[in-house]
Ligand binder design. Structure first.
Ligand code: ATP
Ligand code: MG
Length: 407
């Protein structure tokens, strides 16, 4: 028995009352069995998309051709997908055709791993033809059917196998690992966006040491879009584990929104100037490229516990990024770990005392300078910079009167 939210049960009951079958399926079933909270609840049904759509008042045509509609209920979205079998794969990427199927077992047989191929219905119980529950118990990622065939159909599954090992803290079955070693170069056919998503989940996972499997199978070269990994993966894995421990103990300055970027910086620290190119090739957004490259660039820079130097850095990086950089330096310890605490303390005090380190916070602005007879343009820029520098050295100077005397 597994517990299903009221609205999900309502969708299943509605489909069943209309004479169709319906199950919850995939990641949600896996997660409930593992004792984790599912991210979303997916439903598989024998009803065809238009038949399912007719039963609910608010739906979205998510992918009618592939059998998926989204049911909107109490501000949540639920994907309802018709049982389907994938047609032939010609490009290791996506099936040429999709055919709707009659039986849940057929739908489960197209899924990637046994742990993801379990369905459950409150009235019909479990459908688990590949012993996914046994593999959850054993903590192993195993393909549904023959690993080489399944990776041959869709090369992304190779990366997904290792990503699930990292996220769930599972091992990967030997047959799957051998198949990955053999077919790794097929990952070239997969879009950068899909690779990026799996790689991000992987480095944020509970068990980053699964990343070692990327190296031992040789898949990492293709995940980096035909590049050798230039770092020491064992060290990086230790660092990622260290971040997780600090986060668990609530000691980390790496906030949730910065987690992925901070981990990417650890993962790509070796790449230095090539870091933006790698991120760009993996189609990361500009903000991520900028922040991660900035962490990587400043990681080897020794910061002095000196207020003026810290302000100069906060001006470039912003206080938030400086904190993350300090934590990354603490974790990678290029200069030992002694001064990070001191620097953080100084940074905190600069912020609490509202000391100025940006032009915006200067007590005078361009208009004041114009009134004082300084023409706009280069001269004004230089004057503002000079005043800011003086204020960063001596905070008490940041009043209008004193600065006007300095011009
Ligand atoms: P997560 O919690 O990370 O979202 P998930 O299991 O829900 O894990 P999704 O990528 O959301 O993973 O996919 C949903 C389900 O669809 C999977 O559980 C699996 O059954 C199936 N699936 C997804 N991608 C593939 C694929 N490339 N090949 C075969 N089956 C797949
Ligand atoms: Mg999912």
């Amino acid at each position: 028995m597994i517990e299903i939210p009221k609205d999900v049960k309502f969708i299943i009951d509605t489909l069943e009352a209309a004479g169709f079958e319906a199950f919850v399926v995939g990641g949600c079933v896996r997660d409930v069995i593992r004792g984790a909270k599912p991210k979303d609840w997916d439903i598989a049904t024998s009803a065809e998309p238009l038949e399912a759509k007719a039963l609910f008042s608010r739906t979205i045509d998510t992918g009618l051709k592939h059998g998926t509609i989204t049911v909107l209920l109490n501000r949540e979205r639920y994907e309802v997908t018709t049982y389907r079998i994938d047609g032939e794969y010609l490009d290791s990427r996506r099936p040429e055709t999709v055919t709707f199927a009659q039986r849940i077992e057929e739908d489960l047989s197209r899924r990637d791993f046994t742990i993801n191929a379990i369905a459950y219905s409150p009235t019909r119980g479990f459908a688990d033809p590949f012993n996914g529950r046994g593999d959850i118990e054993a903590g192993v990622i195993k393909c549904v059917g023959n690993a080489e065939n399944r990776f041959g159909e869709d090369a992304l599954r190779m990366l997904r196998a290792i990503r699930f090992a990292a996220v769930l803290d599972f091992s990967v079955d030997v047959a799957a690992l051998n198949a990955i070693t053999k077919l790794k170069s097929n990952l070239t056919n997969i879009s950068a966006e899909r690779i990026r998503e799996e790689m991000c989940k992987l480095i944020c996972g509970a068990n980053p040491s699964a990343a070692k499997l990327l190296e031992t199978t040789g898949l990492l070269y293709y995940a980096l879009r035909n590049r050798e990994y230039g770092g020491n993966l064992d060290e990086v894995i230790n660092q990622l584990n260290h971040v997780s421990e600090r986060q668990k103990r609530n000691e980390s300055l790496i906030t949730n929104d910065a987690n992925e970027q901070a981990r990417l910086a650890l993962f790509l620290a070796w790449a230095k100037d090539d870091c933006p190119n790698i991120l760009h090739d993996l189609r990361f957004d500009n903000n991520t490229i900028k922040n991660v490259s900035m962490y990587v660039q400043f990681l080897p820079t020794e910061i002095q516990p000196d207020r003026y130097e810290i302000k100069k850095l906060m001006r470039i990086l912003s206080p938030k990024h400086l904190k993350i950089l300090l934590e990354l330096q603490y974790i990678t310890a290029p200069f030992g770990t002694a001064s990070q605490g001191l620097i953080l303390h100084e940074a905190q005090s600069i912020i609490e005392k509202n000391e100025c380190f940006t032009l915006r916070d200067l007590a005078i602005n361009g208009n004041d300078l114009l009134n004082a007879g300084i023409p706009s343009g280069k001269a004004m820029g230089e004057t503002l910079e000079k005043l800011l520098d003086a204020v960063m050295r001596e905070p008490s100077m940041n009043t209008r009167e004193r600065l006007l005397c300095e011009i």
